[in-house]
Write a protein that binds this ligand. Structure first.
Ligand code: BES
Ligand code: MN
Ligand code: ZN
Length: 532
């Protein structure tokens, strides 16, 4: 059985609610149509594409019914109408040959976020049905289609259950998009959703299963199946190459650390020919192939180590490898999408365990490349394993852009809440591009400052630097963590995403499930797809 469950099917069908044969065919359990909030000065929700046709075909005043049911038309608001069947064969009702269920879904103002939410609402209200037909978003263009289908597929996701490994509850319905939808947008949404499903599934796996060796094996399996090259370094190889940070953080665990490298090479561009018939560079003008290196924090469980966490804070820490899951899902998605750039994902994997061989506060570690670091708090383990991987990327991989993703600090969550990831970069253009990608996928980033004046708080008397300020009054815990990482990226173009907040949700809402959200995979994939 494969690790990640298959996505529900989404197909496009040309035609209209008035004329399509689909609605009288077998297996279609529901028709889903859109409404928007009342126009100014008006009462009553407004029908959107397909809703008036549905009213005509079913012979039911859907607008009047929606108002009586007090529908608002707000994005993600959905009402299921169960149409009665006739009690006698002599008396046919107008809808008797049509699906017995009509779902009316609010699409709000029709923004991408609204359509994503409408899509998730369709998934929620039709779970367990075989096939549903919808016209929601049919007039919203290709970006709208992508958002709607992403919302549908993200809302259809269920975490696997322990006993069976399969998702709980009934599977999501197969979705038919009825109207002028673009197939390319549907395909792109499928790739994006698959990346998120992969990240969620890995992140939610309990840590008695998910130790560094297990996660390295799953990464290798997934990458090999996608035709990518994988390399896994174990403790001995890490020691031989000087990864002193990853070894120290992973030292207290019964399962030693791993460093996984997954490489994607774009297909060689067909060369264009000049008049003399000689090759004249890549076929895509304006697009220079770059090398993007993505680094993801992969702590398979974070007890805090010797600086042990309080009981309550430890409970969610099986998700402390969300960054590694996200960069893995992104490189797999980049391959599936045929991205035009080289993408390398680095996954430093370790369990921050409590034990006799754990590293200690006061230890001085020698990280990859020779920088020494004084440990003041073993619970700040993420920045240590990231520093090893970032140094290696800078020294050996020659990245054009280096991006790390990490559930790094509780401080980021305190400052920004759970809806925004904290974004750090010295480069405005990179900040904008990542933020734009996040706006388009619904994974919001908020840019934070790399305050140069705070750098001295990382000075140490016994090492090149310390990883956490000892003075508790410094504040800015997410900022000082970013400043620490910046010491290991050389002169590279670099961005750091602290996803401690949005990587997990405390309750399901719209396209997010409770627990692991997979935050970041879609925005990175989107950024890579648009990168020129
Ligand atoms: N994995 C945690 C950060 C975290 C906290 C993620 C809450 C998600 C939710 C990280 O390793 C950690 O423990 N950070 C410490 C840093 C401190 C010791 C400087 C923190 O945020 O308290
Ligand atoms: Mn920690
Ligand atoms: Zn951690």
């Amino acid at each position: 059985m494969s690790l990640v469950a298959p996505l529900p099917e989404v197909v496009v069908s040309r035609g209209s609610v008035l004329s399509t044969q689909l609605l009288t065919g077998p297996e279609v359990d529901a028709l889903v149509v859109p409404v928007a909030p009342p126009a100014e000065g008006d009462e009553g929700v407004q029908p959107r594409t397909g809703t008036a046709d549905a009213a005509a075909r079913f012979g039911v005043d859907l607008g009047e019914l929606a108002d009586r049911l007090e529908m608002t038309g707000a994005a993600g608001d959905a009402t299921t109408l169960h149409l009665p069947r006739s009690a006698s064969v002599e008396r046919e009702l107008p809808w008797s040959r049509l699906p017995a269920t009509v779902v009316v879904v609010g699409v709000g103002a029709g923004t991408l976020q609204d359509l994503r939410r409408a899509g998730a609402a369709i998934a929620r209200s039709t779970r367990g049905m075989r096939r549903v037909v919808t016209t929601v978003g049919a007039d919203a263009g290709s970006d709208g289609t992508r958002a709607l289908v992403e919302g549908y597929l993200l809302g259809a996701y269920r975490h696997p259950t322990r006993a069976t490994g399969k998702p709980a509850k009934a599977p999501a319905a197969s979705l038919v998009l009825l109207g002028r939808y673009t197939q390319a947008a549907v395909d792109a949404a499928g790739l994006a959703a698959m990346a998120t499903w992969t990240a969620r599934t890995l992140t939610v796996t309990p840590s008695d299963t998910k130790n560094p060796a297990w996660l390295a094996e799953r990464a290798a399996e997934l990458a090999t199946a996608a035709g990518l090259t994988v390399e896994v370094l174990g403790p001995q190889e890490l020691a031989a190459r000087g990864f002193g940070g990853l070894l120290a953080v992973g030292g207290g665990s019964a399962t030693g650390p791993r460093l996984v490298t997954v490489r994607y090479e774009p297909p060689a561009p067909a060369p264009t020919r000049n008049r003399a018939g000689t090759a004249a560079g890549p076929a895509r003008p304006g697009s220079t192939p770059r090398h993007i290196v993505l680094v993801g924090k992969g702590i398979t469980y974070d007890t805090g180590g010797i600086s042990i966490k309080p009981r309550e804070s430890m409970v969610p820490m099986k998700t402390d490898m969300a960054g590694a899951a996200v960069v893995l899902a992104t490189v797999l998605g980049a391959a599936a999408a045929g991205v035009q750039h080289r993408v390398t994902a680095l996954l430093p994997l370790a369990e921050n365990a409590f034990g006799g061989s754990s590293y200690r506060p006061g230890d001085v570690l020698r990280l990859y490349g020779g920088t020494t670091v004084e440990i003041t708090n073993t619970d700040a383990e993420g920045r240590i394993v990231l520093a090893d991987a970032l140094s290696h990327a800078d020294a050996d991989l020659d990245p054009d852009v280096l991006i790390d993703v990490a559930t790094l600090t509780g401080a980021a969550t305190l400052g920004l809440g759970k809806q925004h990831g904290a974004l750090y970069t010295a480069e405005d253009a990179l900040a904008c591009a990542l933020q734009d990608a996040g706006d388009e996928t619904g994974e919001l980033l908020w840019r934070m400052p790399l305050v140069a004046d705070y750098r001295p708080v990382l000075d140490s008397d016994v090492a090149d630097l310390r990883h956490v300020p000892v003075d508790p009054h410094v504040g800015g815990g997410s900022i000082t963590a970013a400043l620490f990482l910046q010491r290991f990226v050389g002169d590279r173009r670099w961005a750091h995403l602290d996803i401690a907040g949005p990587a997990r949700a405390t309750a399901a809402s719209h396209e997010l499930p409770e627990g692991a959200t997979g935050f970041g995979a879609r925005l990175l994939l989107r950024w890579l797809t648009q990168l020129r």
